[in-house]
Design a protein around this ligand. Structure first.
Ligand code: SAH
Length: 391
């Protein structure tokens, strides 16, 4: 059995995009699994296939293969090899071990929190392979524990069951992760994403290093969309105070615990809608020295792009107005539908409308353990800019 693609599907795979939509498929096996993908001229690659999913075909190997499963496991080995030094050298690290399609492992995200692994395998063909996946991970990494956290509502769209179950060892309720000098608690089996946002790790460390390098001593910080407070904790030693803002009480409770863990006594916590709060602060004429904006993806669908750009512009405009001359704005977007060029255009527009002269101090993206495939724009999703308000 195989998958047969339409000419448009063929062009997509030849252009090295691993996803083929149902509408670009002529013939599809009835059961999820691993199948060859073909056009009229023969096999183009091997894919994880799910007839119940809109993204029916997810290629993990381009070209033919005698033993496609061996090719899949080789992709896993090379993903782990790439992180091996970081994994071995730092017992406390928060590290992404596999980043799905960018590591040619469809839908497979594995994050390591102090060597407790959280697995999310959101492609049906992984289901019968999970036992072997667990064994291979154990053999390669000798992890403390491995948990399949398959509780995302997205799984239902794929016709997949929702459950959380151990693949190896006993997973504790939480792990303590080290990020530079900061320690933080990650709930294993709860919390947003796999428990933390590792994609921003290097940007958080960078912001701390930037403040140290510029000799920042004192001033007011504001960490908007703070979640567990990880940006705030990097800023805390360099500022008099940092105010965290999040709309989730659970997020702020986690941030409070992390503040205590790091003996950071200059943090305050506000549960609020960021849009309302920024407006209020602007009206009250408040001023800050450093503002962080790390909102959730405002554009979940392509059709949301314009509305999302307007929302990004609004929060950035208000944040710029809250900054004193010399102040810094660390601002991000994780919507892959908002491209990098549009993000920077939006920022320039916000600066112009706020009548602020702004210097771009750093232009960054996701952490190094979240690689990107050039031909797959979905894999380069995180934009991060450090802006300095000159006047
Ligand atoms: N900066 C964090 C990650 C932020 S994730 C880190 O580095 O780990 C985005 C956060 O925004 C989530 O915690 C979510 O609860 C919060 N959020 C979503 N919509 C919000 C809104 N309108 N106002 C305030 N917080 C919001």
């Amino acid at each position: 059995m195989k998958v047969v693609l339409t000419p448009r599907g063929v062009r997509r795979v030849l252009a090295r995009h691993p996803w083929v939509w149902q509408s670009d498929v002529l013939e599809l096996p009835e059961e999820p699994g691993i199948y060859p993908v073909a056009g009229r001229r023969g096999v183009l690659g091997w894919a994880m296939v799910n007839p119940r999913s809109l993204i029916s075909v997810r290629v993990f190997h381009f070209g033919d293969a005698d033993d496609p499963l061996a090719a899949l496991w080789r992709n896993l080995d090379s993903a782990l090899d790439f992180r091996r030094v970081a994994y071995r050298s730092n017992e406390q690290a928060g590290l992404r071990l596999t980043f799905a399609e960018a590591d040619l492992l469809p839908g497979l995200v594995i994050d390591s929190y102090a060597r407790h692994l959280v697995v999310q395998a959101h492609a049906a063909a992984w289901e019968p392979l999970l036992g072997e996946l667990g064994e291979r991970l154990q053999a390669a990494l000798a992890a403390n524990s491995i948990l399949a956290r398959h509780d995302s509502p997205l799984r239902e769209k794929e016709g997949l069951e929702r459950y959380v179950r151990p693949l190896a060892g006993a997973t504790p309720a939480a792990a303590l992760v080290g990020e530079g000098r900061v320690r933080y608690r990650v709930e294993l089996g709860a919390g947003q994403k796999t428990g933390a946002f590792l994609d921003q790790r290097d940007n958080r460390l960078f912001l701390g290093e930037f403040l140290a390098a510029r000799g920042q001593r004192g001033g007011r910080g504001l960490d908007v969309f703070s979640y567990q407070g990880l940006f705030a904790l990097q800023m805390s030693p360099h500022l008099d105070s940092v105010e965290l803002v999040d709309s989730s009480a659970a997020a702020l409770a986690a941030a409070r615990e992390n503040a205590a863990l790091n003996r950071a006594e200059n943090l305050t916590f506000t549960e609020a809608n960021a849009f309302d709060l920024l407006r209020q602060k602007e009206r009250a004429g408040e001023q800050y020295d450093v503002v962080v904006l790390d909102p959730p993806a405002f554009a979940a669908r392509k059709s949301d792009r314009q509305r999302a750009l307007a929302a990004y512009k609004e929060v950035n405009l208000r944040a710029l107005k809250l900054l004193r001359p010399g102040g810094l704005l660390a601002t991000a977007s994780c919507s892959h539908h908002v491209h990098e060029a549009e993000f920077y255009e939006m920022l320039a527009g916000a600066a112009a409308d706020a009548h602020r002269l702004v210097r771009l101090r750093a232009r960054r993206g996701q952490a190094w353990d979240h690689p990107m495939l050039l031909t797959v724009p979905e894999t380069h999703y995180l934009k991060f800019a450090l802006l300095e308000v000159l006047s």
